[in-house]
Design a protein. Sequence first.
Lengths: 363, 80
Amino acid sequence: MIRSAQERGYADGYRTSYPAGHHRGWCDALLSWHASKTHPVRDVHLLYVTTGMGVPYAPIDEAVVDTLSRMVARLTVCRPTDDVPGVAFQEKPHGMLVLNGMNLETAKVARVKEMGIRTAVWMTDDPYYSDVTGLFAVHYDHVFTLELSCVPFYRELGCPSVHHLPFANDFRIFRPRPEDPAKRVDVLFIGSGYWNRIRFFDRIAPYLATKNVMIAGWWWDRLANYHLLAGKIRLGQWMTPAETAEHYASAKIVINLHRAPDDDSYNRNNRRLPALSVNPRTFEIAGSGALQLTDVRMDLQNHYAPGQEIVTYESPEDLIGKIEYYLAREDERLAIIRRGLKRTLREHTYEKRLDALLQVLFA
Amino acid sequence: MTMLKRRKPQNRGTRTAAGKKSKPAAAGRKRGAKKPAPAGAAAARKYSEVYNRAYDAGYDQGFNDGYAKGLEDGALDAQT
């Protein structure tokens, strides 16, 4: 009997942990491969103007600065409130890249252009604030937008060079990592309670109340069913990217639900430009080693193969069905995570994005 | 008079369609989780101790073997 206990216990333990070990090893190998890749350094001097804002933009600024510093021979960084033309006059960069652009006066952009310096802006929030971005986009030589529907919009405004350029994953932060037992949940959503999200989560609240779930962000007390989920909601908590990444990596399923382009309570999009493209968190969740269940945006299939590298849902009922399905099928869950991670490492990095941007800027 | 409350039975399983009680649903056991000992005999406790110790050893070895194989597979996968 003792021998039987020994053999059975060992076999059960081995069988339980092997897939998790394999998954971790596989992810680490892919990350090592990615880290070993080097990019040629362009012999150019770039002036980068940050958003000049805090969260959630500062981490994007950091990712762009870190990446550019490895991709160009010289990088000068300043804030939109600085004397940008003065810096440009003194440093004489070959080009200037501005992130977001809302805080940089157009007169400053014009003065930099007068010096013969190529200018580019990368819009961060399209199409939600198109009433504002439409006012200053025309002052740049090149406009990059993460939203497909904004490409014709800026062209119609007279911008000579407009390109679709989504954000990406910053693998310094969002990467597979060992689970934190204190953060382990089956289902996770991190983000603000915009009204379309409130309506959606109110419908699935009775189901989520029965699950090991965590929701974190602002405004979730607007849920009619808040009482059902109160113990699972971290209300008003703004997580840093590092904290968010730890939670993603410790969750079996992370829900992604894009905000609505026609929510007038927060947006400034009177032209009602549609939202066709994916949000930055699409790439961040995929890079973190969690299974992502996302609502569908038209552009999604250009980045990930639904059902293979990411899972999509069409309705609250569909989401519930897929949560149940993948929580019960660990092998399938891990396989989709691995394919999504691989695609993200290959195609959705800031190195890839900025390489494309620099090609345009210095063509 | 003070009424003594009866303790609620813990996780005794559910009744099957035939009216018999089924075993409680088996939860996925993680490293360090103890297999419940069969009621009664010292032999059962011994069995449980040996099982749990072996389970932990198997868990560690399984993870390490899986990790090594995952590194190999991942390195190959990265090339394709």
